[in-house]
Design a protein around this ligand. Structure first.
Ligand SMILES: Nc1ncnc2c1ncn2[C@@H]1O[C@H](COP(=O)(O)OP(=O)(O)OP(=O)(O)O)[C@@H](O)[C@H]1O
Ligand SMILES: [Mg+2]
Length: 313
């Protein structure tokens, strides 16, 4: 497959302090979608649960070969010595295991501990077009490391009651990291996973997320539909985008990758940290393609919740 020449060594983090919102499923599917678009991709599983490296099929191999992210950090092994080729063209991955849960305790007191992952990924930036980092659901040293290593950030979340809270919390934390540790970090926006437009509450919260996202600079990029095929694809270690490209969920991930990709081509070092990564026209174009996002006028908005959240910011 022909590789894109326009982007190189960009890091993209998927994080949400809330668990089970689709970070891992989205990471693996976005990796395959980016590879389908011609990029050489590295998935870094920075979650001791090891879900994304399992879903992409290399977790056990990484453990057997002692080439996990834990070995890399605890035995000071270079990234290039532990990343593994997956069965998917142009997709490589760093696997994680339970031992990685010791990362926070082990490095907390070390000077410069927030920059460990950033430094560790220097060689990977030369080798890969894009590095996608999956995280565990927590705001700890691992999270800070991922966000310091990241050039771009997307927030996956549900269209449910506590998602507004997650949006608010993540906004505050990312802003803090941007202000203090990584001024070139760009927030691309958020996207709603497991979305079912036939559920009224999902439509209502999608509206609320869109409004709040606009206010805090985390624009809604789109929705990924609920799909019964996900558990099987995870168990079969075969991300849906790869195996079942015609399903609506695969199309949604491909659309998301296509939306994100042109933004990553921009030279991040040349852009002011305060400039939003996504311009209005790109967003408008994507929203038009998306089609299933209800218009603000038509849908009821849980305004009480929304106002409360906005004042909290
Ligand atoms: N679009 C979807 N449709 C149906 N099920 C989904 C979808 N996306 C994710 N899931 C399921 O939801 C659960 C959580 O997904 P996932 O593991 O990706 O979340 P996570 O945010 O990475 O979780 P954690 O915080 O524990 O790392 C999994 O069982 C997964 O199979
Ligand atoms: Mg996960």
């Amino acid at each position: 497959m022909k590789r894109s020449k326009k982007i190189k060594g960009v890091t993209l983090a998927l994080a949400n302090q809330k668990g089970g919102v689709g970070k891992s499923v989205s990471s693996t599917n976005l990796c395959c979608a980016f590879a389908n678009l011609g990029l050489k991709v590295l998935l870094v599983d920075a979650d001791y649960q090891g879900n994304s490296s399992a879903q992409i099929g290399i977790k056990q191999q990484a453990i057997d070969l002692e080439k996990t992210i834990s070995v890399a950090f605890f035995e000071q092994k270079a990234a290039e010595s532990i990343w593994l080729k997956t069965k998917f063209d142009n997709v490589y991955a760093v696997g994680a295991d339970q031992d990685f849960s010791e990362f926070n305790n082990s490095f907390l007191a070390q000077p410069g501990s927030h920059g460990i992952m950033r430094d560790w990924l220097i060689k990977a930036r030369e080798e890969f077009d894009i590095i996608v980092i999956d995280t565990h659901p927590s705001l700890d040293l691992t999270f800070t490391n991922v966000m310091v290593a990241a050039d771009y950030y997307v927030l996956p979340l549900f269209a449910e009651a506590d998602s507004l809270d997650a949006l608010r919390v993540m906004f505050k934390n990312v802003k803090m990291i941007k202000d203090k540790l990584n001024p070139t970090l760009h927030v691309l926006g958020c996207f709603v996973t497991k979305y079912d437009k036939s559920i009224t509450v999902h439509r209502m919260f999608l509206e609320a997320i869109e409004k709040l996202g606009k206010q805090v600079g985390m624009p809604l990029l789109g929705t990924v539909p609920f799909s019964k095929a996900v558990p099987t694809s995870c168990a079969m270690e075969n991300p849906i985008v790869h195996g079942q490209s015609k399903l609506p969920i695969s199309e949604a991930y491909t659309r998301l990758a296509k939306l994100i990709l042109p933004e990553l081509k921009l030279n991040r070092r040349g852009r002011s940290p305060n400039t939003p990564a996504l311009d209005k026209d790109t967003l408008k174009r994507f929203r038009k393609e998306l089609g299933d996002t209800p218009s603000l006028e038509k849908m009821p908005v849980p305004s009480l919740v929304l106002e409360e959240e906005m004042h909290g910011l």
